[in-house]
Write a protein that binds this ligand. Structure first.
Ligand SMILES: Cc1cc2nc3c(=O)[nH]c(=O)nc-3n(C[C@H](O)[C@H](O)[C@H](O)COP(=O)(O)OP(=O)(O)OC[C@H]3O[C@@H](n4cnc5c(N)ncnc54)[C@H](O)[C@@H]3O)c2cc1C
Length: 276
């Protein structure tokens, strides 16, 4: 139903019943529909635009959108609760409607959750990072769990003291030969992971960037990416050695569930380092 191959527009933008919006559009000095079509692939390509408009209709027709005040009226906790519930339902609905194209799924999720899809970083950036940075064995193990959202991730790179300059990241992963595992630490205040979306309340794993050290700790072998469980699968509480929190008020505070993370002697198996 969604993946229509039609070449004509299905819906005109004047579908809206909002008289104020219609009158504003009529006073525009350019053709709004023409510009919309241009942005979605040009006048001869209605497929993407038609698909997007169908997805909007399908998403907003769901009864959950009638069950609460508009999200702009909700406080931070209610906002998080409603948008998270909608986010999980969006995934179920996308499966039920058999929306298979990744871009169209992201559109659907975003519309369904009023542009606050709680697993946006996970389903876009982190899944892609896992698929490209993991070796074949790791992909077989991790990707199905991540695709089904049993594992949910936060892209955990930026530190309180280090943003653009990634070489200076201080979070460390020291290899322990005797147990074939890594020991993770954020050894200073400036090493605190700070900003990652979905870290404060949502993700149960961090896709963590850290300096890799061999056991002698003489020098760093460079930045590597690790898949680290940070919350318990049943209770969703932080695991031992993991400190998590909100980064407090910020513009668009409800949007990103941005958080901080500190690690103290957290041990992970060697296979958790992405090894492509
Ligand atoms: C809303 C939001 C969401 C975020 N989500 C995530 C997330 O999910 N995961 C995550 O890991 N991080 C996240 N971040 C952090 C983001 O990736 C960093 O803010 C970004 O990497 C920049 O780092 P910084 O803020 O420390 O700025 P800095 O690195 O301090 O840079 C400040 C300014 O200096 C410039 N600059 C820096 N170095 C140089 C140089 N060598 N030469 C010239 N100019 C330079 C930069 O371009 C910039 O304009 C998020 C940030 C925001 C605001």
């Amino acid at each position: 139903m969604v993946d229509s191959k039609s070449t004509k527009p299905h819906y005109e933008i004047s579908d809206t019943k909002n008289v104020n919006l219609l009158s504003e559009r009529e006073s525009a000095t350019f053709n709004v529909e023409e510009l919309t079509q241009f942005m979605f692939g040009g006048p001869d390509n209605y497929y993407e635009l038609n698909t997007r408009r169908k997805l909007i209709r399908l998403a907003l027709a769901h009864p959950i959108h009638q069950t609460h005040l508009p999200i702009e009226y909700l406080d931070a906790d209610e906002h998080y609760s409603v948008t998270t519930r909608k986010s999980l339902l969006a995934i179920e609905e996308a499966n039920r409607l058999n929306i298979t194209n990744d871009k169209h799924r992201q559109w659907f999720y975003s519309i369904f959750a009023n542009n606050h899809f709680a697993l946006y970083i996970h389903t876009s950036m982190c899944l892609y990072a896992l698929e490209t940075m993991a070796n074949e064995e790791q992909k077989r193990e991790f990707v199905p769990l991540a695709r089904s959202c049993y594992i949910t991730t936060a892209y955990t790179q930026t530190e309180l003291g280090h943003g653009t300059n990634l070489q200076r990241l201080e979070t460390e992963a020291v290899f322990d030969r005797t147990t074939d595992s890594f020991i993770l630490n954020t050894p200073t205040l400036t090493a605190t992971k700070f900003w990652p979306g979905a870290l404060a309340r949502t993700a149960n794993h961090a896709l963590l960037m850290a300096q890799l050290y061999t056991p002698d700790r003489n020098h760093s072998c460079g930045i590597q990416m690790f898949l680290v469980q940070i919350r318990d699968f049943n209770t969703h509480e932080p695991l031992p050695g993991v400190e998590l929190g909100e980064i407090s008020s910020r513009y668009a505070h409800a949007a990103g569930d941005n958080g901080y993370l500190r690690l103290t002697n957290v041990r992970i198996a060697r296979k958790q380092m992405l090894m492509k």
